[in-house]
Design a protein around this ligand. Structure first.
Ligand code: CUA
Length: 314
């Protein structure tokens, strides 16, 4: 799409095959509708200007009516064909996916799992979806609580995540870039803060990312980070969060194994930085009221240690 409309979140984006097909169909409908609107207005003006003249001959009226009816039938037939071809192309773009992803909606974050050939190849992530450009991805969608809806407008249309029922969506990103996905179904007080960072990269960069995600984060060596490690993996954090290779194995909150490599915090609520990480942990309810993360009482020194440790999780 043109430069002005190409942003991290744009319904006019052609960055994915599915989005390109649907916005192409939209443009066809828009042009046809605009031409007919102008024609109808032109006839209306013509009729008003001529209303005091003598009545037209019957034959001319019949000719206009028949011509108009045939035109409308042809145009509607054409639009139906255009929709049909778009549908066919959408189905083709979803064929033989090379990447299987599982995405689970939670109030208010996204749990992401990349299926691998072996269980050990499974990558777990949260709130940041990496996709290789030019590769067909098939995403299975589930919800743990209420109805959510996955919407990455640059890439494709929406698909709901429904509790107790599996749905799916196919994506074929074409353009390397960073995009913003958003929950598109009201799901509670923090619905607006249920965003998803989408990173489309070259297949080689994606593979590097995938390999890095499979690594168990190295044990901290810095004294502050070591104190933070003890606080995080031995304290309340560990009962909800998982960190690979540590005693922290909670399953109800986002996986923190590589949190410092992320673009944002708390599902797009805050940009990732040391200061925001500290502010978030100090009082998660201030930044995202109603979310499930409690305030863990920490002294300022303990908070600094926790942040020092989390920053090693790259
Ligand atoms: Cu999840 Cu709105």
């Amino acid at each position: 799409m043109n430069g002005l409309l190409h942003t991290a979140q744009s319904v006019a984006g052609n960055d994915g095959r599915q989005g390109e097909l649907v916005s192409g169909l939209f443009v066809i409908f828009l042009i046809v509708a605009a031409v007919f609107y102008l024609l109808v207005i032109a006839f209306l003006v013509w009729a008003i200007l001529r209303r005091r003249r003598e009545h037209r001959r019957e034959g001319l009226l019949r000719g206009v009516l028949i011509g108009w009816t045939v035109t409308i039938a042809l145009v509607l037939g054409g639009l139906t064909l255009a929709s049909w071809f778009t549908d066919r192309h959408l189905a083709e773009a979803a064929e033989a996916p090379a990447l299987e992803i599982e995405l689970v909606g939670h109030q208010w974050w996204w749990e992401i799992r990349y299926q691998g050939a072996r269980p050990a190849d499974q990558v777990r992530s949260a709130n940041e979806l990496h996709l290789p450009a030019g590769v067909r991805a098939h995403i299975t969608l589930r919800s743990e609580d209420v109805i959510h809806s996955l919407w990455i407008p640059n890439l494709a249309g929406k698909q709901d995540l429904i509790p107790g029922r599996e749905t799916d969506i196919s994506l074929l990103p074409q353009q390397i870039g960073r995009y913003r996905g958003q929950c598109a179904e009201f799901c509670g007080i923090q619905h607006a803060n249920m965003a998803l960072d989408v990173i489309v990269e070259s297949p080689a960069a994606f593979e590097r990312w995938r390999q890095a995600q499979l690594q168990i984060p190295p044990s901290p060596t810095d004294p502050a980070a070591m104190r933070g490690y003890a606080l995080v993996t031995g304290g309340a954090c560990a009962s909800c969060h998982n960190i690979a290779g540590t005693p922290a194995s909670g399953q109800v909150a986002p996986d923190l194994s590589h949190i410092a490599s992320k673009t944002s915090l708390a599902a797009g609520t805050l940009p990732m930085s040391r200061a925001n990480l500290a502010a978030w942990i100090a009082d998660p309810q201030r930044h995202k009221p109603g979310n499930n993360m409690p305030i863990i009482p920490l002294t300022p020194a303990q908070l600094a240690d926790v942040v020092a440790y989390l920053e090693t999780l790259r």
